[in-house]
Design a protein around this ligand. Structure first.
Ligand SMILES: [Zn+2]
Length: 473
């Protein structure tokens, strides 16, 4: 697979409209971008040429938040709010390393096929086989060739602690110090940013983490120069819990603990308070918008227009496949673009398709700490980009970006490169055998049937705190 080629006559976005250019890639990096009319690049016989005529080239999207092992739980969990859905998620989690590997492999494949070249995997670890779990997903991402920020999902407080109203639950077995030691070992073994695989610190969220774990995570990431990633205010219950735990805003609390900086990305942020926004903007933290998951779990509509107005960096995510139930970035972008039109009657505030693409691309790059390497078609940037074939758009005066975002045409992703390496051609991922994606499925009649028991220990308490008006507890 060549990392040296000329991409000819391709359409790229300008500040307004489009331009036809040729792009020279050498050693995985963009070396020249020239308008076709004035092209200086003389093709030599050994220079491979890719014809981009009538096709659109965009930098790769970043899937700013997912949990790869949830690929095993697609279409599995009934409609429930996050806190109860989580109970069923835990009861149906995969237990085998081979499943962890496959989850990452298929997450990477779907990300590439929907225009993504990088993802943040907030990775669930198998208890007792934590290092092997990370090794399995690293193996998958290296095989596929996608960029990945892997943030092992950790906490030091039990499931019930994530609900307001002080539900008595058995204590968590791991202390903050033990969790931090584990993360440090994972960092020493697997953090390899030059190769495209980075480790981040990923405390689940303030709702299940002690201050010791959050400050320890911030210190650890400072020491090794790592990204930070966490869930934040995904549900109304978490907002209520923050009042109970801290007597105020969870964002202010994270800031006090030194957790927020320009390498911090925060998944969901549905229940932010107006006073949180300037703080997020000042610290340079990224809000990762997961509109599909937020609807699936009834979490709410994140105040993305307010975030943008306050100057907060915003990226898109799919969230795990148990609350989506796919990994289609173009779908997340389409929904996340239109959803906010119903939250503000002033259409001048609405997210345009161009703006949405910019968030998915450069907003995402900033969220994973790579704004100086990816997210831009510019000389010196890595050749992480996607070629879209949009034949229907040639029929009329269609705007290509509006067509891509709103129409979300099927099978529009033709080729994908990461670091100049061709990973997708004619819509097929070149680095994975098609049968590799299906070989692990057991037959339906032999499949293990899950016992959803954990929900019973939470549901009546949940109804009491979340639905106090309901007579039916
Ligand atoms: Zn999540």
């Amino acid at each position: 697979l060549s990392r040296f080629f000329l991409l000819k006559n391709v359409l790229i976005l300008q500040d307004e409209g489009y331009q036809e250019v040729s792009i020279l890639v050498n050693d995985g990096v963009i070396q020249a971008i020239q308008p076709v009319a004035a092209s200086q690049v003389e093709p030599t016989p050994d220079l491979p040429i890719v014809d981009g005529q009538h096709k659109l080239l965009l930098p790769g999207f970043v899937n700013g938040h997912t949990h790869s092992s949830q690929m095993w739980q697609r279409g599995l969990i009934e409609p429930l709010p996050l806190e109860l859905w989580l109970a069923n998620l835990i009861d149906s989690s995969p237990q085998e390393l081979e499943q962890i590997y496959w989850g990452a492999l298929s997450t990477a494949v779907e990300t590439l096929k929907s225009g993504g070249t990088c993802l943040t995997d907030h990775l669930t670890l198998l208890p007792g086989r934590e290092l092997e779990s990370v090794a399995a997903v690293v193996r998958a991402y290296r095989q596929v060739g996608i960029r990945a920020l892997i943030a092992p999902l950790v906490q030091d407080q039990p499931l019930g602690a994530g609900l307001p109203g002080r539900l008595p639950t058995p204590p968590q077995t791991q202390t903050a110090a033990e969790v931090l030691q584990l993360i440090e070992t994972i960092v020493q073994e697997f953090h390899d940013p030059a190769s495209g695989i980075s480790i981040g610190v990923g405390p689940t969220g303030f709702h299940r983490c002690s201050d010791a774990l959050l400050t320890g995570s911030a210190e650890l990431s400072q020491r090794y120069g790592l990204c930070r990633h966490t869930h934040l205010l995904e549900t109304r219950m978490q907002h209520k819990l923050a009042q109970e735990k801290y007597g105020g805003s969870a964002v202010q609390h994270l800031h006090k603990l030194g957790f927020l900086n320009n390498q911090t990305s925060l998944a969901h942020c549905v229940w932010l308070e107006p006073a949180d926004l300037p703080l997020l903007a000042e610290t340079g933290a990224t809000v990762v918008h997961n509109p599909v998951s937020n609807l699936r779990l009834g979490s709410g509509i994140a105040p993305i227009l307010d975030c943008l107005a306050a100057g907060v960096n915003v990226a898109f995510g799919c969230d795990g496949a148990a609350s989506n139930d796919g990994q289609d970035l173009l779908e997340a972008i389409k929904l996340g673009t239109m959803l906010h039109n119903i939250t503000d009657p002033d259409y001048r505030h609405w997210i345009t398709p161009r703006r949405a693409i910019q968030l998915a691309v450069s907003g995402g790059a900033q969220g994973v700490g790579l704004a100086d390497q990816i997210g831009k078609l510019a000389v010196g940037y890595s050749a992480d980009f996607v070629l879209y074939n949009l034949p229907q758009s040639l029929l009329a005066q269609t705007d290509l970006i509006q067509f891509l975002v709103y129409a979300k045409p099927a099978q529009t992703v033709e080729r994908v490169w990461v670091k100049g390496q061709l990973l997708v051609e004619a819509g097929n991922v070149l680095t994975v055998e098609p049968e590799q994606v299906t070989q692990l499925f057991p037959k339906r009649d032999q499949a293990h049937r899950f016992q959803f028991d954990t929900i019973r220990s939470l549901e009546s308490h949940y109804r009491k705190v979340a639905l106090p008006e309901s007579e039916d507890l």
